[in-house]
Design a protein around this ligand. Structure first.
Ligand code: FES
Ligand SMILES: [Fe+2]
Length: 350
């Protein structure tokens, strides 16, 4: 986690917690730590997994007499149960209190839970308007085989809003101006289907690689935005044959700060479609890791460039757009469904 100095404050008139699925932690991190506590969507929550693999996300408040349940207060996992540090009540991953050191627990002693969804080892919790249950699900991701790398994850924290970070999926003009891409173009109209939005665009980019060569990539990208906390982007580099996947997960922390987690995974490059200048003298097995690192660094660099803008910008409700701005107004109409008392967005799929 990289925390930025907070001398700059994003000013947003948008409600801070739009409805949706928001990233909590990786399954690996939960299994390693046993019990994790987070400030998430303005709440203190705890996350753990029992021996059968059931994951629990709960408000970090004991229903007995209100103790905090996080590890710093002394909460711990024993035999797959969360044990409260105050009087030792024990909770199963279902949220039910099943034992106390003093006698049978009240049946009403239950943790306040959030619905859980796991996608590719990434754990999400549902945050519903007024506490209502999930209104839609995150889609499964097309399977990845053994030739895909492990997930690489990096999180940055700054003053921002998930609607503003996700807006970059349709703001194709910024790709050339901030990130220096060329030949940027929409490859299809933006599609909206309830909580899902799909944006397809292409671009080329030339970068130095491994100090001794330049590499030009020609990329087709499809961004699947599913609510404002979850964007999944498929990248296909056409000239060499690189496949990469990227998740951009924006999670409000406390109403001002957001955690932006960038998760990436790439398919190992066995047989490049064209020679890669400067790398041809290397054994084939060494080329893929160099290119994979190159792609990962490129994604992180892009987000760092965006963050400088995001963390200092104001939300402009009536933007003065030009025709090259892409479909920002369509995106903003889509976003209204995630706030209270707003009409649902109609499907634009044929
Ligand atoms: S407050 Fe948790 S067991 Fe009493
Ligand atoms: Fe960007």
């Amino acid at each position: 986690m990289i925390a930025r100095p907070q001398q700059y404050t994003n000013v947003s008139s948008l409600p801070p917690f739009p409805e949706g699925w928001y990233f909590v932690a990786t399954l690996e991190a939960v299994q390693k730590a046993g019990l994790i506590q987070r400030t998430w969507m303005g709440d203190e929550i705890v996350i753990w997994s029992d021996a059968a693999g059931q994951i629990c996300i709960a408000r970090s408040i004991c229903p007995h007499l209100g103790s905090d349940l996080g590890p710093e207060a002394g909460g711990k996992i024993v035999g797959g149960r969360l044990v409260c540090p105050f009087h030792g009540f024990e909770f199963e991953a279902s949220g039910q209190c099943v034992a106390t050191p003093f006698g049978a627990p009240a049946r009403s002693a239950k943790l306040d839970l959030f619905e859980v969804r796991e996608v590719e080892g990434l754990i999400f919790g549902w945050w519903g308007l007024g506490g209502r249950p999930s209104q839609w699900q995150l889609p499964d991701v097309p399977g990845t085989g053994d030739d895909w790398t492990d997930l690489q994850i990096r999180t940055i924290r700054f003053a921002g809003h998930p609607q503003e970070t996700s807006e970059n999926s349709v703001d194709i003009a910024h790709l050339s101006f901030i990130h220096g891409y060329h030949n940027v173009a929409n490859e299809a109209p933006v599609l909206i289907d309830g909580p899902r939005l799909e944006s397809r665009f292409g671009f080329s980019t030339t970068r130095k690689i491994a100090k001794f060569a330049k590499l030009t990539l020609h990329v087709s990208a499809t961004a699947h935005v599913v609510g404002l906390g979850y964007s999944f982007v498929e990248f296909q580099e056409r000239s060499i044959g690189i496949d990469a996947r990227l998740w951009v997960l924006a999670t409000p922390v406390d109403g001002t700060l957001i955690d932006l987690s960038i998760v990436s995974r790439m398919r190992a490059l066995h047989a490049p479609k064209r020679p890669i200048a400067g790398l041809s003298f290397l054994p084939r097995r060494m080329r893929a890791p160099i290119i994979n690192k190159f792609i990962a660094d490129l994604q992180i660099r892009d987000v760092q460039q965006d963050e400088i803008i995001w963390s200092r910008k104001h939300y402009v409700p009536r933007p003065r757009l030009v025709h090259t701005d892409g479909e920002i107004l369509k995106y903003r109409a889509y976003c209204t469904q995630f706030y209270a008392d707003e009409p649902r967005c109609e499907s634009s799929r044929p």
